[in-house]
Design a protein around this ligand. Structure first.
Ligand code: FDA
Length: 398
């Protein structure tokens, strides 16, 4: 019975390979299907080619979802230490870079090879490249019509990810299947993405492109304000860098973001107090806190001559300058979109799924895992940890 399986996993990315390997190693007959010719392209390009494969601190607080508690069960049953044990078993050298983020020393390919070997150990059957045209039901089994023939399976796991980076094979397959079976979606939007500004707002900042500095960044109303301290990068079209990627997953269209370009110093207070003691021009003072090019740009934006003597400057002008450095409010006009987004926010509504098994409550046998689900991690290895954990949750239950 060549095309009869216990489980058909669609999408051989991070979550799909993990799920197939776990289910296969439990003795289940598993087929893993992907439309791409190259497997797991997102793992390959992740972390600048070194794959930030987990984060030692990963917990439910590092995920964005309409139901922040949904991810708790899977994350606690498959932890960063569990994935790390697997990495160590395969003797893949790794290092911690920043805030618990673990990267391969050599190459993301090692993680792909490890997952492939885990699938081999579970005798997983591969169908790649293979396009699933339709999914239907024959009695209580699923029927998958593909361009390589029909496959029957007792359970189906949808692991086709989100919409980000269509040029390497992202599709809306998971969302179409969810809709077909009557499951609700939380509006998908680009996440972990650079933010853009209209031309008039951004023109004065274009010459600052390439400048990077550590900042505080926040967005949201008082009660639900989100804050990060990370590096900011000025680009030709707007703002990027970890600070902006992080805040983009919390930013709502039309709302401002607020930046503190010098988090440790109250610039207005320091300048006003220093009028009698700091005997310098303002243009010579600011570079002790800010990159010189950015300091010059901020003086121009505030209509202040760099050769103005601090002692001669009105307090009001200094307070305005301080405000633009410590509390810079700016409203993005959008983002760089799925072309550049590392993830998709939103997805299959978690209310539709069991948090233990990832199965759809009203469609027995149909599961959704990984990025297709409305669980989006912060930048820093959290999204892969969700892929491993949700893949394992489904792999253990199917
Ligand atoms: P994933 O996208 O990995 O896999 C989906 C699979 O489904 C693909 O193989 C695709 O070909 C297949 N597919 C899609 N549509 C299909 C269809 N219709 N039929 C059949 N197959 C289909 N995260 C992290 O934690 N650390 C990091 O370092 C990075 N770095 C990073 C860099 C860049 C540039 C991006 C774009 C993203 C990251 N991420 C990341 C995010 C991370 O890559 C992402 O969250 C996971 O890969 C999601 O895993 P999934 O298995 O859910 O989807």
């Amino acid at each position: 019975m060549q095309n009869q399986f216990d489980i058909a996993v669609i999408g051989a990315g991070a979550a799909g390979m993990m799920c197939a390997a776990v289910a296969g190693q439990r003795g289940k007959k598993v087929v893993l299907i992907d439309h791409a010719t190259r497997l797991a392209e997102k793992i390959r390009i992740s972390g600048g080619g070194r794959c930030n494969f987990t984060n030692l601190q990963a917990g439910p607080q590092h995920f964005v979802s309409n139901n922040p508690h949904f991810c708790r069960s899977a994350l606690s049953r498959y932890t960063p230490q569990d994935f790390l044990s697997l990495v160590k078993r395969y003797r893949i050298a790794f290092h911690e870079k920043h805030k618990g983020q673990l990267f391969c020393d050599q190459s993301a390919e090692q993680i792909i090879d490890m997952l492939k070997a885990e699938c081999e150990a579970g005798r997983v059957a591969w169908r790649t490249p293979c396009k699933v045209e339709t999914i239907g039901k024959d009695g209580d089994r699923f029927r998958l019509d593909t361009n390589a023939g029909t496959i029957h399976a007792a359970s189906v796991v949808i692991a086709t990810g989100g919409l980000s980076i269509p040029k390497i094979g992202a599709t809306d397959f998971a969302f179409r299947i969810a809709k077909q079976f009557g499951l609700k979606l939380v509006d998908p939007r680009p996440g972990l993405v650079p933010l853009t500004f209209d031309i008039a707002t951004w023109e004065p900042f274009i010459p600052l492109s390439g400048i990077a500095l550590e900042v505080d960044i926040e967005t949201g109303e008082k009660k639900s304000r989100t804050h990060f301290r990370e590096d900011l990068l000025f680009t030709h079209r707007g703002l990027s860098g970890p600070a902006v990627l992080q805040i983009s997953s919390f930013w709502d269209s039309g709302k401002p973001i607020m930046l503190n370009l010098v988090p440790e110093t109250d610039i207005a207070e320091t300048l006003v107090q220093g009028k009698t003691t700091l005997k310098k021009n303002i243009g010579n003072l600011l570079p002790q806190w800010l990159p010189s090019r950015l300091a010059e740009g901020l003086l121009v934006a505030n209509g202040i001559r760099p050769d103005a003597r601090l002692a001669d400057m009105p307090d009001k002008t200094l307070r305005r300058l301080g405000e633009s450095i410590n509390r810079w409010m700016i409203v993005p006009n959008g983002s760089e979109g799925y072309r550049k987004a590392e993830v998709t926010r939103g997805g299959v509504d978690t209310k539709e799924l069991s948090q233990q098994t990832m199965m759809a409550n009203k469609v027995p046998g149909l599961h959704f895992i990984g990025e297709a689900v409305d669980v989006t991690g912060w930048l820093g290895g959290y999204n892969f940890q969700w892929a491993w954990a949700s893949g394992t949750a489904a792999g253990l239950s199917v």
